[in-house]
Design a protein around this ligand. Sequence first.
Ligand code: URA
Length: 181
Amino acid sequence: MSERHLADLPRCDLCELSRTRTRVVLGTGPRDARLLVVGEAPGREEDLGGRPFVGRSGQLLRRLIAEEWGLGEDDYLITNAVKCRPPNNRTPRPRELAACRPWLDLERATWRPERVLAVGNVAARAVFGFRDGVGTVHGQLVTFEGGAGLATYHPAAALRGGPNVVAVMREDLRVLARWNP
Ligand code: URA
């Protein structure tokens, strides 16, 4: 592909997920937001609705962000490491992550958020290069040119794991909120 533009993302066919998706799920939020949240990949509701994190996990994640940071849905950017739904919500394959990676890089380069929150193992690896799972690396601040970020649990893990996982996510959000540029 010659120079990439985010405007071309809705027609991406660089991996096999383009054959099974309903639509590419683009990142949403104000382009000048200070916070970017990165998830794994769209689920069924996102694939149908075209917006990231609108299902049950998204509702939990958005509630935690509202309660810990006082941010509403229109105050931050939110996207996924892989922009198309994997069939049956399976974990994205390495070649799908590799194909989508330049889109995530382009989103970050375009939006230049000051804080980045990666939720779940797939996003933790795609955004920060963590090889260990979030059970090990959650809450570890990573600084980058122009900002800082960290990984925490995926809200789907919190839906399964209950209040203890939610409590860890809240503490991780507070660590990132306390970081001063
Ligand atoms: N899970 C994700 O990781 N991303 C979504 O957009 C929805 C569910």
